[in-house]
Design a protein around this ligand. Structure first.
Ligand code: SF4
Ligand code: ZN
Length: 340
C-alpha cells in the first residue's frame, strides 16, 4: 500500500475513494469530485450564460451538496448562471418542517434566493399528512411523487425559471434503471438515463448534474466540507420496490465495486426497438392546464379521488418517489467504513 495520496503523491491519504478505491487525500478528493461534475456539465452543455436555474432543494445531503458544488463551480469557472433554491413543502410534520429549516439556513450560506411551494396551497388544502390520514400509509409515495413533480414545475414557472436541477445521484439512477428493467417499462427505460428530461414535452426541463456521483462520495463530501444538511427519514413508508432494487445493487457492489457505473453505462447504451418506444403526445390538462397526454393530468385525477373520499391509485404511472433517504445511522456507518 502506498503511504502517500495516489493522486498528488505528496500528502497522506485520508480516505479510500468509493468510485475507484484509490487511497487519496482530502484536497484531491474535493478536486476530483468537483471536477467530474464540472466535466459532466461542460460535456452536456447543461447551462448557458445568463440562464436562471432552480435547484430542487430538500435540505437532504444530495441537494445540499448539489447547491454547494454548483455555487463553487459557478464562481470557479464563471458559468454566469443565476441559481435559485426551490423547495417543496409536502406537509409532513416532523420531517419536512424540520428539513425546510435546513434549506432556510442554506439560503444564507449559499446566498441564493429561496422559494417554498406547498402542496396545501396548490392542491385544495391537501398535505401529505391529510392524504395519509385518508388513504393510509400505503401508496403515499405515488401521490407524493405526482404532486411534487407538478409543484416543482409550478414553483419554477412562478419564478420565471425553465430549468430545474435535482440531486439525483448515480445510485438513484442505477436503481431506476433496474426498476424499469424489472418492470418491463421500456418507455421509461429508454429515457431514464438522460441527463436532461422534459425539454421537448414540458415547459420546464429537468437535469441531473450528479448522475455520475456516487452516493457514498456525496456523503463523504458533505461530511468533510461540514455542510449543513438534514438526514432524517420520511415518516411515511418509502417505495418498497425501489428499496428492493437498492438492496440488490448494494449486494452486487460488494462483489463488483463498479456495478453502479456499469448499470448506468448499460442503461445509456441500450438500443430499444422502435416498437418499444411509444410516442408521448403532449397536451394540456382540461382542469388545471398542466402538461398532460390525457384529458386530466395525474395530479387532477388523484385529487378527484381524494375529494370523493376514495383513493385513485390506478394512475400507476406515478412520478418516481424519492429514494429511501439515508439515515443518520446509515451515514455514520458509511463514514466509518470509508475513512481512516
Ligand atoms: Fe413523499 Fe418521499 Fe415521503 Fe414518499 S418517502 S411520502 S415520496 S417524501
Ligand atoms: Zn391537472
Amino acid at each position: 500500500m502506498s503511504s502517500s495520496c495516489e493522486l498528488c503523491h505528496e500528502r497522506k491519504p485520508s480516505l479510500r475513494r468509493p468510485k475507484t478505491l484509490q487511497k487519496i487525500c482530502k484536497p484531491c478528493f474535493f478536486d476530483v469530485f468537483e471536477t467530474e461534475i464540472h466535466n459532466t456539465i461542460i460535456a452536456t452543455k447543461l447551462f448557458y450564460r445568463g440562464e436562471k436555474v432552480a435547484i430542487g432543494a430538500s435540505g437532504g445531503k444530495d441537494s445540499t451538496v448539489l447547491a454547494h458544488v454548483l455555487k463553487t463551480l459557478n464562481e470557479r469557472y464563471d458559468y454566469g448562471v443565476d441559481f435559485h433554491l426551490l423547495s417543496i413543502d409536502e406537509g409532513i410534520t416532523g420531517y419536512r418542517d424540520d428539513s425546510l429549516e435546513t434549506v432556510k439556513r442554506n439560503k444564507d450560506q449559499y446566498s441564493m434566493p429561496l422559494e417554498i411551494v406547498s402542496y396545501k396551497s396548490l392542491y385544495n388544502g391537501w398535505s401529505m399528512d391529510s392524504i395519509v390520514d385518508q388513504i393510509g400509509n400505503k401508496n403515499n409515495c405515488t401521490y407524493c411523487g405526482v404532486f411534487r413533480r407538478q409543484a416543482l414545475d409550478r414553483g419554477a414557472i412562478q419564478l420565471g425559471i425553465r430549468h430545474i436541477v435535482t440531486g439525483h445521484n448515480a445510485d438513484d439512477m442505477a436503481e431506476t434503471i433496474m426498476m424499469n428493467l424489472l418492470r418491463g417499462d421500456t418507455a421509461r427505460l429508454d429515457r431514464c438515463t438522460d441527463i436532461v428530461t422534459g425539454s421537448d414535452s414540458s415547459d420546464v426541463k429537468r437535469s441531473k448534474p450528479l448522475k455520475y456521483a456516487y452516493e457514498k462520495e456525496i456523503v463523504l463530501y458533505a461530511h468533510y466540507k461540514g455542510l449543513d444538511y438534514f438526514s432524517t427519514e420520511c415518516i411515511y413508508s418509502p417505495d418498497a420496490f425501489r428499496g428492493t432494487a437498492r438492496a440488490m445493487i448494494k449486494n452486487l457492489e460488494t462483489v463488483r465495486p463498479s456495478s453502479i457505473i456499469d448499470i448506468i453505462h448499460s442503461g445509456e447504451t441500450f438500443k430499444l426497438s422502435r416498437k418499444a418506444r411509444p410516442g408521448r403526445a403532449a397536451g394540456r390538462c382540461q382542469r388545471c392546464g398542466y402538461i398532460s397526454s390525457n384529458k386530466l393530468c395525474k395530479a387532477c385525477v388523484l385529487l378527484e379521488g381524494l375529494e370523493r373520499g376514495r383513493p385513485k391509485i390506478e394512475v400507476g404511472e406515478a412520478g418516481a418517489p424519492d429514494a429511501p433517504p439515508v439515515t443518520a445511522a446509515g451515514v455514520h456507518r458509511q463514514l466509518e467504513r470509508l475513512t481512516f
